[in-house]
Design a protein around this ligand. Sequence first.
Ligand SMILES: Nc1nc2c(ncn2[C@@H]2O[C@H](COP(=O)(O)OP(=O)(O)OP(=O)(O)O)[C@@H](O)[C@H]2O)c(=O)[nH]1
Ligand SMILES: [Mg+2]
Length: 227
Amino acid sequence: MGERTDVVTSSEDEVFDIELEADILKANRELALENHSKLKANGITSIDVMGSVGSGKTSLIKAIVSQLKSTHRIAVIEGDVTTTIDADIIASEGIPTVQVNTGKECHLDANLIKKALTRMQLSELDLIFIENVGNLICPAEFPLGSDRRLVVISVTEGPYMVVKHPMMFYEANSVAINKVDLATVMGVNPSKLKEDIARVNPKATVVMTDCRNKVGISEVIHSLGLT
Ligand SMILES: Nc1nc2c(ncn2[C@@H]2O[C@H](COP(=O)(O)OP(=O)(O)OP(=O)(O)O)[C@@H](O)[C@H]2O)c(=O)[nH]1
Ligand SMILES: [Mg+2]
């Protein structure tokens, strides 16, 4: 038999940190409710798009926007640590974008979205996509005030994304398993990822996508209730 793996967990005695964190999360939830009310008052549907770095969030938003822009008035809020690369990609679709640079933070929060909303012509919009910072851990804890959550993972991240990061999937309405065109070369079985998601969150709709060849885009749009 091989060596047993030793496991160290984070301390449960750090009461001060835990209380501080609880306050921050509570304040964020309150601001998220404010954002949601503001969006609803303007008749806007909003989608928070989350997922790991490079999984295909921008590619999927671009493909969705391309299909919906003739029937919906759309804007995109782009969360990024420093650059405007993703915002520029979306802007190339002729869609208004607001860039939110988070600096050292690994996620967007409701306060940043509140600020972004003040820069937008809300009365002229039907639909807002919010691309969160690429990360499968932090964004899950910070609701932004959106109606629905779309999580994007891809086969290039390997076979254990879902079992290692279940929190990200608890609140997801839709999950895209992206880059299925690369599944064989990666040796990853997308059906197995789908089973893992169903175990964590049986209510989420799971769609296999290949943004490079525009596969599964209509199904994602439908799963988000946008058609
Ligand atoms: N083969 C293949 N490549 C893809 C697919 N979707 C996205 N890509 C490529 O993967 C890379 C990352 O895609 P992005 O859409 O920028 O990913 P992202 O999740 O927005 O990345 P970050 O915002 O940096 O976290 C780009 O080179 C895309 O062209 C896909 O379905 N198949
Ligand atoms: Mg991106």
